[in-house]
Design a protein around this ligand. Structure first.
Ligand code: ATP
Length: 317
């Protein structure tokens, strides 16, 4: 019986290559529960995929190789088996019983270690591109299972749109919400390590400085406002339990949040484990104006005007 495949051989280019794109995410709501026995925290989060995309291109080759251009190339982004794209290739090859033969290239626009799930986006794009290149004919369900083994955010990078994430964030309930929202992303000069931010949250809680019941709470209001608006209401519900520890580790982010509000954002929060600050604005014109003001003020290393929701990892043209 025919089944829905993730890619299909139709997208292989004349030079034998396949390219897939995947989006950055913002956590519009992130409630962090207690530390589990497996070392992860129980999460309730509302993911939104936004229009800042990385691409992964794969060509036939003997063995695996990886090159990177763009954001973080030559710096934070490894080009060996530490890269999630490399791990995605090995995992898919094992799952499908094929040899892990491909030359891989990542073109990054999503800053690394920024709380935007750049590495997860690349892993999701690699699964989709290599499924097409190798003709492994995986279903979206197969790829989702592999994605969850690669990292907590990788399943969402695969599906995109808007979704409620539970467990480590890998258990997804996609939302039908399709209303466009516009955002400005302010990216700081240096990244933050996700495990370090979670450890800081645990430390603040142990010291009684962050009560477990004082956090982001349930996501129902944010899901409703994301779907129905208005944006001013949504702005009031933005919440992230990792913001307090991120600010503790990086006090300069307070100035970033203030700059975002000062430049016209309806509301602002630290995205995921930070240090990116995401500001919600009224529309695309407001996003351009806010972004220009932040660039002029030199408030961030990088500023991007984006919108969501956008689809998850998919083959290019
Ligand atoms: P999270 O998904 O935890 O929010 P993040 O968005 O803050 O993560 P990433 O951009 O995914 O951060 O990078 C985190 C670290 O993962 C990097 O510092 C780098 O060492 C490693 N890494 C592995 N693969 C990649 C990749 N393809 N792109 C960027 N970083 C990668």
């Amino acid at each position: 019986m025919p089944h829905a495949t993730a890619g299909g051989p139709g997208r292989i280019h004349g030079d034998g290559s396949v390219t897939a794109h995947a989006p950055a995410k913002i956590n519009v709501h992130l409630a962090v529960g207690p530390l589990r026995a497996d070392g992860f925290h129980e999460l309730i989060t509302v993911y939104l995929a936004v229009s800042l995309l990385d691409s992964v291109t794969a060509w036939p080759d003997d063995g695996l190789s990886l090159t990177v251009t763009g954001e973080g190339a030559g710096g934070d982004v490894p080009t060996d088996s530490r890269n999630l794209v490399w791990q995605a290739a090995e995992l898919l090859a094992r799952h499908a019983g094929v040899r892990a033969d491909a030359a891989l290239h990542i073109d990054k626009s999503i800053p690394a270690a920024a709380g935007l799930a750049g590495g997860s986006a690349d892993a999701a794009a690699a699964l989709v591109a290599l499924d097409a290149l190798w003709g492994t004919r995986c279903t979206r369900g197969d790829l989702a299972g592999l994605a969850a083994r690669l990292g907590s955010d990788v399943p969402f990078s695969l599906v995109g749109g808007v979704a409620l994430g539970t467990g480590r964030g890998e258990q997804l309930s996609p939302s039908l919400s399709r209303r466009r929202t516009d955002w400005v992303l302010g990216v700081a000069g240096t990244g933050l390590s996700t495990p370090t931010v979670y450890r800081e949250l645990d430390r603040l809680r142990a010291a009684g400085r962050f009560a477990a019941d004082a956090g982001a709470g349930q996501p129902d209001d944010v899901l409703t406002a994301l779907r129905d608006g208005p944006d001013a209401t949504l702005a009031g519900f933005l919440a992230n339990d990792l913001q307090a520890p991120a600010l503790e580790l990086r006090p300069d982010l307070r100035a970033g949040l203030a700059a975002m509000s000062g430049a016209g954002a309806l509301g602002a929060l630290v995205s995921g484990s930070g240090p990116t600050v995401a500001g919600l604005v009224e529309d695309a014109d407001a996003a351009a104006g806010t972004a220009d003001a932040l660039v002029a003020a030199g408030a961030f290393r990088l500023v991007h005007a984006v919108h969501g929701p956008v689809p998850g990892a998919r083959l290019a043209g």
